[in-house]
Design a protein around this ligand. Structure first.
Ligand SMILES: Nc1ncnc2c1ncn2[C@@H]1O[C@H](COP(=O)(O)OP(=O)(O)OP(=O)(O)O)[C@@H](O)[C@H]1O
Ligand SMILES: [Mg+2]
Length: 189
């Protein structure tokens, strides 16, 4: 089909040259311009799907980025950003928590503990007792309903959230179901 079109193009061009309507150079210039433009348009069509996907992903990204997050704000003017790495001392002081979707069900009630730097600390309990929830609070997916959480002696919500994200990358959640803890090389912190 393309060959036929090229043939017709050359034939029509040559008739115009014969009539002295156009010059040979103009004919070939026009001929190749159409071929190259056609190929470019064809390639542009193949990225249309990627463009649509990219636009939709960018929309979702900006929607998530600009939403209002209900997060406890820092009590201080300049949220904490430390130059040196955090030691990782953790204290829960009388922490109680309910999930926003089940506001009547206390998942954690008046929990207090302190983990010092370098100390090994295990959270053990039956399914549904709130172990993963404790880690979620430490990663600031949620804020406690009552009580306070301290990291290196500072209230957790006073840290700059972006700085805390770097800290939370060092937190690994290892779930054990009656296995041998020694066989698992992961650490909580
Ligand atoms: N996103 C949520 N929304 C509402 N309730 C939740 C949510 N996640 C967990 N829960 C509830 O909170 C309680 C504690 O759950 P959590 O996952 O912290 O327990 P767990 O000790 O980690 O359990 P498992 O040993 O099975 O992992 C459970 O009753 C659970 O149903
Ligand atoms: Mg869990």
């Amino acid at each position: 089909m393309l060959g036929v079109m090229y043939g017709i193009g050359l034939w029509y061009g040559s008739t115009l040259v014969e009539k002295n309507s156009i010059r040979v150079g103009d004919m070939f210039g026009c001929y190749f311009s159409f071929i190259i433009a056609g190929m470019a348009l064809g390639e542009a069509g193949s990225v249309a799907t990627d463009l649509t996907n990219g636009t939709s992903s960018a929309n979702q990204f900006y929607h998530i980025q600009q939403r209002n997050v209900e997060m406890k704000q820092a009590d201080i003017d300049d949220p904490i950003v430390k130059k040196q790495p955090l030691k990782g001392e953790i204290e829960f002081r009388n922490v109680s928590f309910v999930y926003p979707t089940s506001p009547d069900k206390l998942v954690i009630t008046n929990l207090s503990f302190k983990v010092r730097h370098g100390q090994t600390f295990a959270i053990v309990g039956p399914s549904g007792s709130g172990k993963s929830t404790i880690v979620s609070l430490l990663e600031r997916y949620y804020d406690p309903k009552f009580g306070e959480i301290f990291v290196d002696g500072e209230l957790i919500h006073n840290y700059d959230i972006h700085f805390l994200v770097l800290f939370s990358k060092k937190i690994f959640l290892t779930e054990e179901e009656g296995g041998d803890l020694k066989k698992n090389k992961h650490k909580i912190m």
